[in-house]
Design a protein around this ligand. Structure first.
Ligand code: GUN
Ligand code: ZN
Length: 442
């Protein structure tokens, strides 16, 4: 049997031998926060990690005949978590425009219109999920379009592959083309229908998804907040303070609020499991308010640079204690890869004089995100009991990586090389709930 066939067979017990890496806590400074096992064994039963540790101490306990997949020379890390991405923008990634608002008008809205057609939606959902898995992303917070069918198509695809995904139908009832407009009533009704159909179905979870304050009326934000209260464990996702023109526009549409973030706050949309994309132009009061509310920032470095939105202030976020996660924001973002997202996050932080270590970035993309999303212990880790979502990284994936890695002298240098030089090519395989869902063919 090839490794690929093994991955698709319904095996209740299997084991993986490789270098293993996961985190207990923020890996910023302390070595104890990092679990790094050079010759490790990951034992998976029925989609969950059963045991994790040294190969030498665990292998002997395996029942006879347990298949051991040999990934020696590779590094297994928890599946990446992308906390902000738009699946309908797959076909318009890398579209040139002078900034966010013209980009939305020229490319985004016409492309999102195509999701009126459920067959197109299903086709894009399939490709999008393939692409996430190629990049080692096993959980994402996904924007669909305003069409209920776009979300149905996404969840159908994700559920069929048993992936832990969060998604929602965009709510947008003003300042957009008529063909993409819902109403406070229909937006709430469709979102509630999604919650009832999908939230907790298998591994699927729903996010209330008002696109951003400028495209929702006060009535719509109010209806959204009612649902957020009624269903307190669903997610909320939106955009805030991405771009200067957008911030100005929000202030004109909602006069009298202290800040853009304050609009969401006054409507009751800041709470745990509320994830706000960008957070570039927040002030310290906003950042502390995010922290106190338990709301989470999704930092989207490739998007912020691609659209010229601004430089996320990592140091200020840290000083204020604002929870930060990493996200691609495809199609505003220019890569599906969380490794490339780390690369750009590092550079953005550097530009503001802050050093983001590779360990910290891997933590942010795994256990850190899981913790901030209220999914600790389930995803983002290789710890026993967790859902077996993991990625096999190949430090020799390209000639340059192989050469550079041969000179690395520490875990930090290895992870740094993978983040700076790696992308989908560095992902040898991806597993979700213990099943192999991607294998890279060389
Ligand atoms: N703000 C409102 N909608 C969007 C979107 O689709 N992408 C980005 N980057 N920002 C937005
Ligand atoms: Zn976005």
């Amino acid at each position: 049997m090839t490794m690929h066939e093994q991955g698709h067979a319904a095996q209740s017990l299997s084991a993986y031998r490789a270098q293993l890496l996961y985190f207990h806590d923020d890996a910023q400074a302390e070595d104890e926060a990092v679990e790094w096992i050079v010759d490790g064994l990951l034992v998976v039963r029925d989609g969950h990690v059963e045991r994790v540790g040294e190969y030498a101490s665990l292998a002997a306990d395996l029942p006879p005949g347990t298949p051991i997949v040999d990934w020696r020379g590779r590094l297994i890390v928890p599946g990446f978590i992308d906390t902000h991405i738009h699946y309908p923008q797959t076909d318009m990634i890398a579209s040139p425009a002078p900034g966010l608002l013209p980009w939305l008008e020229t490319y985004t809205f016409p492309t999102e219109r195509r999701f009126e057609n459920p067959e197109y939606a299903a086709d894009v959902a399939r490709f999008f999920v393939d692409e996430l898995l190629r990049c080692g992303t096993t959980t994402a917070l996904v924007y669909c379009t305003v069409h209920l069918g776009s979300a149905q198509a996404f969840f159908t695809e994700s559920h069929a592959r048993n992936l832990r995904m969060v998604a929602g139908k965009v709510m947008m009832d003003r300042n957009c083309p008529e063909f993409l407009r819902d109403t406070p009533e229909s937006g709430a009704r469709d979102s509630e229908a999604l919650i009832q159909r999908w939230h907790g179905t298998g591994r699927q979870m729903v996010a209330l998804t008002p696109r951003f304050a400028p495209t929702s009326s006060p009535e719509q934000l109010g209806r959204c907040a009612e649902l957020a209260q009624q269903y307190s464990d669903v997610f909320i996702q939106s955009h805030v303070a991405e771009n200067r023109d957008e911030v100005k526009w929000a202030a004109e549409l909602f006069p009298g609020y202290r800040s853009y973030l304050d609009i969401y706050d006054q409507f009751g949309l800041l709470r745990p499991r509320a994830v706000y994309g960008h957070c570039v132009w927040l002030d310290d009061d906003d950042r502390r308010r995010m922290r106190d509310a338990g709301a989470v920032a999704a930092h989207c470095p490739t998007s912020n640079q691609f659209l010229g939105s601004g430089l996320f202030d990592f140091a200020a976020a840290q000083d204020c204690g604002m929870p930060v996660t990493l996200a691609t924001d495809v199609g505003g973002g220019s890569s599906f890869s969380m490794l490339q997202t780390m690369n750009e996050a590092h550079k953005v932080a550097r530009l503001s004089g802050h050093h983001l270590s590779a360990r910290r970035m891997f933590w942010l993309a795994t256990q850190g995100a899981a913790r901030d999303l209220g999914l600790s212990g389930r995803i983002g880790t290789l710890a026993a009991g967790s859902e077996a979502d993991f990625v096999v990284l190949d430090p020799k994936a390209t000639p340059l990586l192989e050469r550079r890695v041969s000179y690395t002298e520490s875990l930090e240098e290895l992870l740094f090389a993978l983040a700076m030089l790696g992308d989908d090519r560095a992902v040898a395989a991806t597993y979700a709930a213990g099943r192999q869902v991607h294998t890279r063919s060389r």
